[in-house]
Structure formats: C-alpha cells, structure tokens
Write a protein that binds this ligand. Structure first.
Ligand code: NI
Length: 185
C-alpha cells in the first residue's frame, strides 16, 4: 500500500476522458484500488477518482461519513466502470470541495437522487440507488472520469472561495444566530 500523489487543477490529466478498465480483477487494478483507498482516507477526503492519482481509468472510491446530514453512512467503497443516471428531476445545491482543488469550496447543483451500477474490486457487479450527500459524492467522482471538475458545474461564483474565508463567515453567522437566544436566556 502507498499514499499516491494527487494531481491539482491545471494538470491536463484532470481534463481527459478516462478509459474503461478491461479486467477489474487484475492484480495491478487491485493494488491501485488499495492505494486509492489509503490515499483518500489519509488526505482525508470523501472521494477520489483514478485520474486524480494520474491513472486515466474509470475507477473511483468514496465514503459517506456518519456526520453528513440526511444520508446513511457508507463505508469506503470502490466502483469500477461505473454508470450513473438521475432518478427524478430534482436538483439540489450544496457545497463541495475536491482534493485536486485544495483549501477551496463552492456550491454545485447536482441531482438529488441517482441510480448507479458498476463492478466492485472483485469484479462482481454492483448496483443501487443513492440520494443526497451519497448521490452528490458519486456524481462528483463520476465527473472526474469524464474530465469534469466541480468548478465546471458551478452556476454562481459568489459561492466559491477559500475555506478559511468561508469558515469565518459561517462562524460570524452562527454567532449572530446565537445572540438573540443568549439575550432571552
Ligand atoms: Ni474531486
């Protein structure tokens, strides 16, 4: 196992369409997937696509931590040669970050619910439905396989910035919300 180097925005590897994996159970794919999981967990991140570690193949890993509201936690999961399609028309807006665009985040529209299929690290078929944060992280990672970064999906760049600055605003807003309660206590 190894921690892999992550490509940052501006590197052309992040803009190319990736190739399907011919043999998902091949030893080199197994090794790559193990390294991707370790790299995602160490970063720490909630998702990582193969092109982010300089491998232009259709593979991503992701996880849903327990503290993400509205979604059941999902342990670290691998999907090879995935397909994704929206379920219903509903679009939601929420913040996203990316290990290839460090220290920043932006608000991105995504389908609220999706259906997915693909194969797991043993080459066995998997499929299912995902919603909310789970669906969002899968759409974000899937986009990487087509050379699309979350910034390319954004529609309002007022909601894009450095975490450090945005965290200050969030703190001030929380403070303002707390004050009336303190006054009435
Ligand atoms: Ni990303």
């Amino acid at each position: 196992m190894a921690i892999l180097k992550i490509a940052r925005m501006g590197n052309p590897i992040l803009l190319q369409r990736c190739e399907p994996v011919p043999d998902p159970s091949a030893p080199e794919i197994r090794r790559l997937v193990a390294d991707m999981l370790e790299t995602m967990e160490e970063a720490p991140g909630v998702g990582l696509a193969a092109p982010q570690v300089y491998v232009p193949l259709r593979i991503f890993v992701f996880r849903v931590p327990g503290n993400r509201g509205g979604t059941e936690p999902v342990p670290s999961t691998v999907i090879i040669n995935p397909t994704i399609e929206p379920v219903g028309e509903e679009i939601g807006l929420n913040w996203e970050g990316c290990l290839s665009i460090p220290e920043m985040r932006g608000v991105v529209p995504r389908h609220i619910a999706i259906r997915y299929s693909g194969v797991d690290r043993d080459g066995a078929p998997i499929s299912g439905e995902a919603s909310r944060f789970h669906a969002r992280v899968m759409q974000h990672e899937y986009d990487h396989l087509d050379g699309i970064l979350y910034t390319m999906r954004m529609t309002d760049f007022r909601y894009f910035g450095f975490n450090e600055e945005l965290d200050k605003i969030a703190e001030r807003e929380n403070e303002a919300r707390r004050q009336p309660q303190q006054a009435s206590a």
